[in-house]
Write a protein of this length. Structure first.
Length: 192
């Protein structure tokens, strides 16, 4: 190829990349501008626990549900006020033993997914489109502070059963110290 052809190929490639980037940015901005509404669909007391379920929907008909146990959500908020996330000053935390962390994460993820797939309706996590949000404290203990799903989980589980499963997620442990720096904080993860 001669120099003119190379130059025009670069020019076309740059125009393509620039226009693709602009259209992608516009699409993301439109999605962000979409107004979501949120309403409480469940608020159930079981013993000392309060299960809250919310329906989040968009004008375009998209929706999902979120669930949390009030005391666990408050525990998360309290940790947020007292501690820093492990990745606050770094792009990623400096794990002490990343292969071990990944091994434990995979084991815990499999356990949690199996926990929720054990239901009377026979739904899989893929059918429910589950995302289980956890906080891992610096001592390696974890707890679930929220679950999102495309399925109304109180139609799949009794409220007491759902609370029990949310609390069982807290049996997942991680070897400490999780990270080498900083020494104190927490890590937020999600199981799919």
């Amino acid at each position: 190829m001669n120099r003119t052809m190379v130059s025009s190929v670069h020019c076309i490639t740059l125009r393509y990349i620039l226009s693709y980037t602009i259209f992608a940015f516009i699409g993301v901005q439109q999605a962000r501008c979409e107004t979501w509404t949120s309403v409480t669909v469940d608020s159930v007391s079981v013993g000392n626990d309060i299960l809250v379920g919310r329906l989040h929907s968009s004008p375009k008909g998209r929706c999902f549900y979120s669930y949390y146990v009030k005391s666990l959500k408050e525990k998360r908020d309290s940790i947020h006020k007292r501690k820093s996330p492990f990745d606050l000053y770094y792009t990623t935390p400096l794990y002490r033993d990343y292969p071990l962390f990944l091994k434990e994460f995979r084991k815990n993820n499999d356990y949690v997914i199996a926990l929720f797939e054990n239901n009377n309706k026979g739904y899989t996590d893929k059918q429910m489109v589950l995302c289980i949000y956890i906080l891992v404290d610096e001592d390696g203990k974890s707890f679930c502070h929220e679950i999102t799903s495309r399925t109304k989980l109180t139609d799949v589980f009794a409220a007491s059963e759902l609370i029990g499963k949310i609390r069982q997620v807290g049996s997942c442990r991680y070897t400490t110290p999780l990270v080498t720096q900083p020494k104190h904080g927490y890590l937020e993860l999600s199981y799919y």
